[in-house]
Design a protein around this ligand. Structure first.
Ligand code: TNX
Length: 537
């Protein structure tokens, strides 16, 4: 009981000042304080339903009920930490109806949630956190602000599912008392959204960011360009979006692209949740939208037609041509300026219409251009077939082709694992799934969850792997509801693969934990695939 020690200091100081106070039984006083936050008889609280599973959680059998008087205390009260406090308050206010004042203080007061940036007992790293729930309050500690954001997601999941409702709920708001300490296995736990095959407005992407944050996802990879569309304004090449962003798969028309201001807003929204946006410009294949927008990017100097089908592998930029080099430099320059994150994704997958020699020469020319922007290069695994400079990340995607990522790792590239038979959210869950594809097989909840990245690809071990990324390609995905039903619950399982210790990967246990998330996702208004494989609550 953290308040007992504080009370003792106050009483001893009082006695030392000779004010004549007669110290009451301090243990009783502390018990009174704690009992002020006791829960009504019959209240149930558990630490058992967290996803991702934390490294260590130790419930001690007690309960703390969040009182209406609770404040969110922040220490130190920097603008960054106060914003994190406001984020937490915004999550908890609608359902509780509590005021949840956010204020700076170094001294926790009973009944409050205290967020502190400090080196804890554990080496918590960039995203680790320690959470102590006592009978008289909550203390969340992290070495870095990102750790507080991750710990806040744990705290949300410890409260009843109704905490996620958008309107006042009756409560009470119990938390099981005890401690949790936690940190991720991998630094990169990503979600890719293809906004090129079908375009999704900023508001939809923000909804997805919010739901992904709940599972401690820390990268949002946006596949911004493909044959069917170019989705970001490039000021120096305006036709890319004006023409190349005018349609999508299925032929819908409109301005189907982000202005630079909209993109910056999206990046900031993700950053406030400690999610880094990784922009992808797919080259030299998957480039028809650019080839249709500018004749000079084609070897025959003739613009192609806009494309609204779903075939892959038919397009290529004209390699080594002067306009192409200028185009690549200008685009990477603008995109890097719009992106505070460390990475630029240059695609480079399925360049079936580019000769092997041209492909290698293109990737090798791209590397110094990316380096000149100050960013690190990430590409699909296929880049392993070129000579790689140090620091590249190769994103493994094709389960039928381990060679590409193996070649990259042999050149000391890091691997990001998105094997389509585990991590592709556009694969059908089962034969009954209305949306999606099957080229990598069916990916049910267990297939997405029960695997170990370090043993997935021979020759690619734990030390080579930067993390895992779920990928949602959108040939068949048209609405936000489509996105959600394909993303959840599989993203939660993949997030746990990326976060939790490998020894805790246990389908039988996970299946029950994720079942308890059904009411949580419903309360958030997030759709999910309700298969009978999971005993949804
Ligand atoms: C393969 S993954 C692709 C995408 C498709 C996806 C559909 C990758 C690097 N290329 O172009 O959208 O399959 O599942």
């Amino acid at each position: 009981m953290r308040y007992a020690a504080h009370l003792l200091v106050v009483l001893l100081l009082g006695a030392a000042c000779g004010n004549g106070a007669v110290p009451p039984d301090t243990a009783d006083a502390a018990a009174d304080v704690a009992s002020a936050f006791a829960c009504p008889p019959g209240t149930v609280a558990t630490m058992a339903n967290l996803v991702p599973l934390p490294v260590a959680s130790t419930p001690d059998g007690g309960q703390f009920c969040l009182p209406a008087s609770a404040a969110i205390e922040v220490n130190p009260p920097t603008p960054e930490l106060l914003a994190i406090g406001q984020y937490l308050a915004a999550q908890l206010r609608p359902a509780t109806g509590f005021a949840l004042e956010v204020r700076g203080t170094a001294t926790p007061q009973p009944g409050n949630i205290h967020l502190a940036k400090a080196q804890g007992k554990w080496a918590l790293g960039e995203e680790g956190y320690g959470l102590t729930i006592a009978a008289d309050g909550v203390t969340l500690t992290a070495a870095q602000p990102a750790g507080l954001m991750r710990g806040i997601q744990t705290l949300r999941q410890l409260l009843p599912a109704t905490i996620e409702a958008g309107t006042p709920q009756p409560g009470p708001w119990p938390l099981a008392t005890g401690t949790i300490h936690d940190q991720p296995r991998f630094a990169w736990r990503g979600l890719m959204l293809d906004v090129a095959r079908h375009f999704f407005a900023v508001a939809d992407v923000k909804r997805l960011i919010d739901a992904a944050a709940y599972y401690k996802i820390n990268r949002l990879h946006l596949h911004l360009t493909d044959d069917q569309g170019w989705r970001l304004v490039i000021t120096s090449w305006p036709q890319l979006s004006a023409l190349g962003g005018s349609t999508e798969v299925g032929g819908a028309t409109g301005p189907l692209f982000y202005s630079q201001a909209e993109f910056a807003d999206l990046v900031a929204y993700a950053a406030a949740r400690y999610i880094t946006v990784v922009p992808e410009i797919d080259m030299p294949g998957h480039s028809n939208a650019a080839l249709a927008s500018y004749a000079a990017l084609n070897c025959d100097n003739t613009a192609t037609a806009l494309y609204t089908g779903t075939e892959v592998g038919f397009s290529s930029l004209c390699i080594d041509a002067t306009p192409t080099t200028k185009f690549v430099g200008d685009v990477l320059g603008e995109v890097s300026k719009l992106t505070p994150g460390a990475w630029l994704h240059i695609g480079d997958d399925e360049a079936k219409s580019t000769s092997a020699a041209d492909y290698a020469s293109f990737v090798q020319a791209l590397q110094p251009m990316v380096a000149a922007t100050g960013k690190k290069l990430i590409g699909w695994a296929d880049i392993g077939h070129a000579t790689l400079t140090s620091g590249a990340i190769s994103q493994h995607w094709n389960p039928y082709d381990p060679t590409s990522v193996q070649l990259a790792v042999q050149q000391h590239a890091q691997a990001l694992l998105s094997p389509a038979n585990r991590a592709y959210l556009d694969m059908k869950y089962d034969a009954d799934t209305p949306l999606g594809q099957v080229w990598a097989g069916l990916v049910d909840e267990q297939q997405a969850y029960a695997w170990n990245p370090a043993t997935e690809v021979p020759g690619v071990g734990e030390a080579d792997i930067v993390g895992v990324e779920a990928a949602l390609w959108t040939e068949t995905i048209v609405t936000l509801a489509d996105i959600e039903v394909m993303t959840f619950p599989r993203l939660a399982g993949l997030a746990e693969v990326g976060w939790s210790p490998v020894a805790s990967n246990d389908w039988a246990g996970y299946r029950l934990r994720i079942a308890a998330h059904g009411p949580r996702l419903s309360a958030m208004g997030v759709g999910f695939y309700k298969s009978a494989r999971i005993p949804w609550e």
